[in-house]
Ligand binder design. Structure first.
Ligand SMILES: Cc1cc2nc3c(=O)[nH]c(=O)nc-3n(C[C@H](O)[C@H](O)[C@H](O)COP(=O)(O)OP(=O)(O)OC[C@H]3O[C@@H](n4cnc5c(N)ncnc54)[C@H](O)[C@@H]3O)c2cc1C
Ligand SMILES: *[C@@H]1O[C@H](CO)[C@@H](O)[C@H](O)[C@H]1NC(C)=O
Length: 628
């Protein structure tokens, strides 16, 4: 007890804003008050290598998709399922919503970086954007900002119209609702939401007064306050997130902890798959090779291997296994098993970071006010307070630029409203997470270091530019090369500039002028006329931020689509017993954050597998009967 109160009390006095003191104190308090155990489910058991056997299904990656797939497949008692994950279990800090950015560059992040492209991310070290990805049970759903969004109905109707039957908006809605346990009684009564699913969705229990201004400001711009995951998408809303009792609800927590006693599901952590075993003549996938405890192991699957390693690693694993573009595999001397456009069609959501408005009241979230004993106690004892804010994001909106048809309800920009800005944590983490150079950070944020501020990240919803994932080498431990090609298509820049203008217009509403909200300019862009397109373009090219939604690198499409890697049943073309189920199958990126859509894809993918094997079993029985 004393050992514990000491660090917490120590925090109150001199070192309140000292992160080196705050984080250990928070961890200690979580452990002491067993906040973690408010969650009824205990931790997942790790299966040792000796206990591993042969399985019906092997799922690679326990992320947003893989956790769901493993749960749904192991509902069938006769099926033995193995889930392999490169990372370990979640940590205490990953439960705390406001601390989301602190997970980046830690041991549970793969710590990828994009290749420099000279046109974007110019304020970042070596012109490279950080590309965090979760390396942990729950994958990127453990690192993410927890925002719960589904995209626009038209996204899924477009998928269907591209030749993917069963992927329209009605099908998507069925699967969104299947996972969902929405805690908001008003929303759960509508046709768009449900309760009783594995995934808890709710608002943060705490809000700064700025949240109300955001919704009010939206109204003053002519947008309704409505459920942006409901009938219409355009509008402003207090953010909903994948949170349970004020703590993060990752897919590991939602889908794996409650079923940890199922005997037919084995989970092996710290197991990095290096190759899918495919018989080159029959083209049947029959298992995987993986590294655990520095040793190479092989495990067989009798029915299917399912790749859920995410939009960076799934294409990498396919290429390492001989499935990919011929030239790329030849270059690395990997024998070609099946030629497919793996790694292409990369799409990501980008926006402008650091669009900061300084205010004249102490209403924003600031490190020196948050890292206090009271915030810590509110969180660990009551599951409330500012530490429950979803990575600092309190409000969300979908808006139309002049390029969108406003009567179509297909907005082209999303606004993330943050009740603070890059400097609000005193420069301790966000600048690092965004990879900003010290010079840029000091020049822009030095002068407002102690000022209250809010910010908005305008995000381009449907970029036209396409990027690429390539192999660095044939060594599976080498990181793949990421070429996002941000703004390769000039229309993306034009649209995002208009999006930034809407963010600035929001600051000029009465709701935000109440705080005398003032745009904080980047000194490097002073050569351009204030508020001109060139002025905004300069800001965007410098402080380009990925919203961390890479998708599309194993595109789903019909057989006549030359770019398609998987068919509408998510089976890899030309290979038997191999599917991809994760963010990489999206043919086009959805108009919203990608976590819930990936969970939806996994729910549907698992059903497709069940349907397939039930049919096969019936046919098998029928065939046997006929022979007799
Ligand atoms: C910092 C951040 C913030 C985000 N914020 C939001 C948000 O607020 N709202 C939202 O909707 N979306 C958000 N996203 C995006 C969302 O979380 C992702 O789109 C989603 O998690 C992707 O799911 P996935 O299953 O495709 O991949 P992942 O969840 O990344 O899962 C892949 C899993 O496979 C494992 N793996 C990879 N390679 C191997 C291998 N070779 N062997 C074994 N295991 C392997 C990984 O370790 C990982 O656990 C955010 C993402 C990040 C990174
Ligand atoms: C805008 O959308 C509406 C409704 O879908 C449609 O009727 C109209 O033709 C569209 N206008 C333009 C200019 O495309």
């Amino acid at each position: 007890m004393e050992a514990l109160t000491a660090p917490i009390l120590g925090l109150g006095a001199s070192a309140a804003s000292n992160l080196a003191v705050f984080i250990p104190a928070l961890v200690a308090a979580i452990a002491y008050y067993q906040y973690d155990l408010l969650d009824p489910e205990a931790r997942i058991a790790d299966t040792s290598t000796d206990e591993l056997e042969t399985y019906d299904f092997i799922v690679v990656g326990a992320g947003s998709a893989g956790a769901v797939v493993a749960n749904r497949l192991s509902e069938v008692e006769q099926w033995k399922v193995l889930l392999l994950e490169a990372g370990g279990d979640e940590i205490e800090i990953s439960d705390v919503p406001l601390m989301a950015a602190y997970l980046q560059l830690s041991q549970i992040d793969w710590k990828y970086k994009s290749e420099p492209q000279g046109q974007a991310c110019l304020a970042m070290k070596h012109g490279r954007c950080n590309w965090p990805r979760g390396k942990v049970m729950g994958g990127s759903s453990v690192l993410n900002y927890m925002l719960y969004l589904r995209g626009n109905k038209k996204d899924y109707d477009l998928w269907e119209s591209l030749g993917n039957p069963g992927w329209g908006s009605k099908d998507a809605l069925y699967y969104f609702k299947k996972s969902e346990d929405n805690q908001n009684p008003y929303l759960s009564r509508t046709n768009y939401h449900s309760t009783g699913g594995y995934l808890t969705v709710s608002e943060a229990p705490y809000h700064t007064p700025l949240t109300a201004s955001f919704v009010e400001g939206g109204r003053q711009l002519g947008y309704e306050n409505r459920d942006i995951n409901g009938e219409y998408q355009a509008g402003f809303m207090v953010a909903q997130g994948t949170v349970r009792k004020g703590a993060r609800c990752s897919t590991a927590k939602a889908f794996l902890r409650p079923i940890r006693l199922r005997k037919n599901l084995h989970i092996a952590m710290h197991s990095q798959v290096t190759r899918i075993l495919i018989d080159p003549t029959s083209k049947v996938a029959y298992g995987v090779e993986f590294i655990r405890d520095k040793k190479l192991h092989r495990i067989r699957a009798t029915k299917e291997v399912i790749l859920s390693a995410g939009a960076v690693n799934s294409p990498q694993l396919l290429m390492l296994s001989g499935v990919g573009p011929r030239a790329e595999l030849d270059k690395h001397k990997i024998p070609l098993v099946q030629e497919l456009n793996v790694g292409e069609n990369l799409q990501d959501h980008i926006g402008l970071g650091g669009l900061t408005f300084v205010i004249n009241r102490p209403h924003s979230i600031r490190l020196d006010r948050i890292y206090s004993v009271s915030a810590l106690m509110q969180y660990t004892v009551f599951g409330g307070g500012p530490l429950t804010v979803l990575g600092g994001v309190e409000g969300l909106a979908f808006v139309n630029t002049k390029y969108a048809n406003a009567s179509d309800d297909f907005p082209d920009i999303e606004l993330h409203f943050i009740s603070g800005s890059t400097h609000s944590d005193g420069g301790t983490q966000l600048r690092k997470a965004h990879g900003l150079t010290d010079t840029f950070y000091e020049k822009v944020f030095g002068p407002i270091a102690d000022k209250d501020a809010w910010s908005v990240i305008p995000m381009l919803l449907r970029p036209k530019s396409r990027g690429l994932i390539k192999l660095r080498s044939k060594n599976p431990l080498d990181y793949p090369l990421i070429y996002p090609n941000y703004f390769k298509d000039d229309f993306d820049m034009k649209t995002l500039i208009e999006g930034v203008k809407i963010g600035v217009a929001l600051s000029q509403t009465r709701a935000f002028q109440y705080y005398k909200s003032t745009l904080h300019k980047f000194p490097d862009c002073e050569g351009f006329k204030d508020y001109s397109d060139e002025f905004y373009e300069c800001m965007i090219r410098l402080y380009t931020v990925t919203i961390y939604h890479p998708v599309g690198t194993c595109k789903m499409g019909p057989y006549w689509d030359q770019e398609a890697v998987v068919d509408p049943q998510l089976r890899v073309y030309g290979i038997k017993g191999l599917r991809v189920i994760d963010a990489s199958i999206m043919p086009t990126i959805v108009s919203g954050n990608t976590n819930a859509p990936v969970i939806m894809i996994a729910e549907k993918g698992a059903d497709l597998i069940k349907e397939f094997w039930v049919k096969t079993a019936r046919y098998g029985r029928w065939a046997r009967t006929r022979k007799m």
